[in-house]
Design a protein around this ligand. Structure first.
Ligand code: ZN
Length: 76
């Protein structure tokens, strides 16, 4: 895993944990970011923000289906 701390414009918070997009997520944004693998998403609850690592303006929100679940929803 490649967690790092970064600003998230959706959460409006600094030091958010990001991780690389997984295979499914990357498939969704493939058309917009063809061949680009340096894509990361915020892991905060309810957040769908993703972006190229060093290019915030190149980011966007993932579809609703990829919204991060609440922490206590995982085991239910
Ligand atoms: Zn976020």
């Amino acid at each position: 895993m490649f967690f790092k701390k970064k600003y998230c414009p959706t959460c409006k918070k600094h030091d958010q944990l990001y991780r690389r997009l997984d295979v499914k997520e990357r498939a969704v944004v493939e058309e917009r970011h063809r061949g680009q693998t340096d894509l990361w998403r915020c892991t905060a609850e309810g957040c769908r923000w993703y972006q190229p690592w060093s290019h915030q303006r190149g980011g966007a929100k993932l579809p609703e289906d990829f919204k991060n679940p609440a922490p206590d929803a995982a085991g239910k």
